[in-house]
Design a protein around this ligand. Structure first.
Ligand code: ZN
Ligand code: ZN
Length: 330
């Protein structure tokens, strides 16, 4: 029921591609990150909270069919439904059922709760397609609640020292998670335009986030002791220099690696990820009950070998050409 083609993961019975990277007629999109949601598809099927992100990023005139979690549509006899992936707002696993066989394509997912997206749901299936961004045993992420309290304490200390706090986090996903957990009692919360734009799109489907967009008119006095949430691309920009003095932190799963903070030239690194760590990947795969697992998107080869040798699964690595680690994976 699933074919791995050079355009993406293909279901021939439904004539649909999942997260294709080249224009096709029917695309099922797991979530709004740019390595999964691309321009040029004839029709898009996605969760209703991913739809405003696609319109913001790809154009307002897209043909989008929206689906809620757990609801199904039938395409040529294939029952297609979406289930929470816990990765970012609107992120979905795609469940395909045809003549008694069930396949689930996870997209990106995490089991840790972020307080914003609907928590991951384990879906029983015969065949599971998993990502493996952090598919090595060295990746063990700390409890996000601990990380959020460290972020607030650091902000408080910086404010007491009379400097601003800059948190670099991807505009879709991690920024909303951080905004949900910042303590507004510490000081003003300010947003880079890219973050404010995503928040605006999500507000159209009922979300509310704290923070004010920084504009050319933003008074520098209001910036005193503030926290500024900006995408990693702001690092080294003149936009950022105008907000000095500040201390700057990068929020990313990769911050767990030794030397990562220094290499990126930031003052602090907070280990915060939208993805599953080693433990979560193994737990999620076991919960599906799948006998066949296709491993994409990250450490395909070692992780597939681990699943074969240690778990006795029929696990295969799939190198998806367009699935390079990008934005949301930072
Ligand atoms: Zn991804
Ligand atoms: Zn993603």
């Amino acid at each position: 029921m699933l074919k791995f083609t050079e355009r993406g993961i293909y279901c021939p019975q439904a004539d649909s591609y999942i997260d294709p990277w080249e224009p096709v007629e029917r695309a099922i999109v797991t979530h709004g990150h740019s390595d999964h949601a691309r321009w040029g598809m004839g029709r898009y099927l996605c969760h209703s909270h991913t739809a405003p992100i696609l319109r913001l990023r790809l154009g307002s005139d897209l043909a989008i069919q929206e689906l809620e979690y757990g609801n199904a549509v039938s395409v040529n006899g294939v029952r297609i439904s979406l289930h929470p992936a816990g990765h970012i707002i609107g992120s979905a696993q795609v469940r395909l059922e045809y003549r008694g066989e069930v396949c689930v394509v996870s997209g990106d997912y995490k089991l840790a709760h972020d307080g914003v997206s609907v928590p991951f749901e384990a879906v029983r299936c015969h065949r599971f397609v998993t990502e493996s961004t952090f598919g090595l045993p060295i990746y063990r992420f700390p409890d996000p609640a601990v990380v959020f309290s460290e972020i607030n304490s650091w902000w408080m200390r910086n404010a007491a020292d009379g400097v601003n706090t800059v948190l670099l986090a991807y505009a879709l996903g991690k920024s909303q998670t951080i905004l949900r957990h910042l303590d507004p009692g510490i000081g003003p919360v300010l947003l880079h335009g890219a973050v404010a734009n995503v928040n605006g799109a999500l507000e159209s489907v009922g979300y509310r986030f704290s923070g004010e967009r920084i504009t050319p008119e933003t008074d520098r006095k209001t910036v005193k002791g503030a926290v500024i949430v900006a995408p990693p691309s702001a690092l080294g920009s003149s936009w950022l220099k105008r907000l000095s003095p500040y201390r700057i932190a990068l929020c990313s799963g990769w911050m767990q690696l030794r030397g990562a903070r220094r290499r990126r030239g930031v003052d602090r690194g907070f280990v915060l990820s939208d993805h599953s760590d080693w433990e979560q990947l193994n737990q999620a795969i076991a919960a599906t009950g799948a006998e066949t697992v296709h491993v994409t998107h990250g450490y395909e080869t070692p992780f597939a070998r681990w699943l074969r040798e240690q778990n006795g699964l029929n696990a295969r690595e799939v190198h998806l050409q367009g699935a390079e680690v990008t934005e949301g994976d930072l």
